[in-house]
Design a protein around this ligand. Sequence first.
Ligand SMILES: Cc1cc2nc3c(=O)[nH]c(=O)nc-3n(C[C@H](O)[C@H](O)[C@H](O)COP(=O)(O)O)c2cc1C
Length: 180
Amino acid sequence: MTALIIYDSKYGATRQYAEWLSTALHTPVMKSKEVTSAMIEKADLLLLGTPVYYGKFRLAKWLKKYEPELRLKKMIFFIVGGTSDSEEIERNKSVKVSIPNSLLLQSEIYFLKGRLIHSQLSFADRLMMKMAGMRLKDPGKKKAMNTDLDGVSPEELKPVENAFDAFKTRVVAQPLSKIL
Ligand SMILES: Cc1cc2nc3c(=O)[nH]c(=O)nc-3n(C[C@H](O)[C@H](O)[C@H](O)COP(=O)(O)O)c2cc1C
């Protein structure tokens, strides 16, 4: 089975997850910008990592560009962001606006905790965060918007690693089931 990890990252959280996965699964890892159509075509399984910015995956444009090549591929997404498990509506919305419908059926999607350190943000991102915080009425949400967040941990990757193992087992088991 040929697998490839592809990711995009602005501040390094998704890159860190992609590198941990690469080591744990003994699978090559590449930045989305370096990937070619031929590489996608060769892979049986793609593990796709992206952060969420302004409600949309950073990989959204890339997914649209390579939609024809991705159509018949099995994909496991690891989505890195600031939402918690209770924010299912926001998460589902980001999936809907980022993954083309034709790719949803063969995709498994896992949300992982991200990292947001205000002092490390670009001026533009810091400004956007401030403005978004000012628009919020809920004092709890307002405070959360201005607080640093770091949930990045190898433990977060367990469901992704399990999904990889399950796919590998299915692919390897297939010829045997045909014989029987
Ligand atoms: C300007 C800005 C906008 C963001 N928008 C969202 C968002 O809409 N949803 C979300 O879950 N996380 C959002 N985040 C949090 C990032 O997804 C999180 O910091 C992530 O870990 C960044 O990953 P990266 O370091 O790989 O770029 C935002 C962060 C910034 C700085």
